[in-house]
Write a protein that binds this ligand. Structure first.
Ligand code: CTP
Ligand code: MG
Length: 246
């Protein structure tokens, strides 16, 4: 085993608002976690899959993943481990990392919420890590102007804009993200010892690496790797699935 994929699926999906966790939300009859697992394994570059699961849903997620992998060539050779996640995404990833054997040298971290991230994207991220980058993210240019507002601003109330960064240098960062295993372990160890308010600003694994002062590189992302957060996103994903063969 050399490349492990951590698939985070332990969230509740509060913004999606279903009675089941988001990972079990159906897209064209298949749970999101199944779609994500299929595409990770179909890349052919993943040797082991660790899925983080909401407490109480181990059997349902395991069945969803097994079903989705049934007809993927080579999937029988990829062990799947399902483990209960933690209270935050970061804690869930840390719990998954704790299960990895010493022979794993590259780790992908992917969100079940980005269910349609294509196998080619998975392979491109791993290839970039294997060619020497310690931390690799798929990223897309942003199309909106992005404004930084005053600290503490919420939504709904007018907020003072404090900066408008040059859009040409901004990117929207996706998953799967790929890491040298030792670097990712170090980033999570440092994060678990950090003050909670500091940790809040890290919404993914690449930002934990950046907090160590280590370089992160961006490779071209993919529209299909969009994150399903709301019902609207689920409708968009369903349309993508029907129209652009992802
Ligand atoms: N996740 C996780 N463990 C948590 C929280 C989130 O493994 N404690 C996973 C989710 O399952 C998801 C990914 O991290 O695949 C990104 O999180 P997000 O999109 O925020 O999903 P949820 O937390 O489930 O959704 P919400 O924030 O709307 O409740
Ligand atoms: Mg969340």
């Amino acid at each position: 085993v050399r490349t492990a994929a951590v698939l985070t699926a332990a969230g509740s999906g509060s913004r999606l608002g279903l009675t089941v966790p988001k990972a079990l939300a159906l897209l064209d009859g298949t749970p999101l976690v199944g779609h994500a697992a299929r595409r990770l394994v179909a890349s052919g570059v993943v040797d082991l899959l660790v899925v983080t699961v909401p407490d109480g849903h181990l059997a349902a997620v395991r069945d969803a993943v097994d079903d989705a992998l049934r007809d993927v060539p080579g999937a029988h050779a990829v062990p799947v481990l399902c483990t209960v996640g933690g209270p935050s995404r970061q804690a869930s990833v840390a719990a998954a990392l704790a299960h990895l054997e010493p022979d794993v040298d590259v780790v992908l971290v992917h969100d079940a919420a980005r269910a349609l991230a294509p196998p080619e994207l998975v392979a491109a991220v791993v290839a970039a890590v294997r060619s020497g980058s310690g931390a690799v993210v798929p990223a897309l240019p942003v199309t909106d102007t992005i404004a930084e507002v005053e600290p503490g601003a919420g939504t709904g109330r007018p907020a003072r804009v404090v900066a408008t960064p040059d859009r040409s240098r901004l990117r929207a960062v996706q998953t799967p993200q790929g890491f040298d295993r030792a670097l990712l372990d170090r980033a999570h160890a440092a994060a678990s010892g950090r003050a909670a308010d500091e940790a809040l600003s890290a919404t993914d694994d690449s930002s934990l690496v950046a907090l160590l002062g280590e370089p992160v590189v961006a490779v071209p992302g993919d529209d299909a790797a969009m994150k399903v957060t709301t019902q609207r996103d689920l409708a968009v994903a369903s349309l993508l699935l029907r129209t652009v063969a992802v």
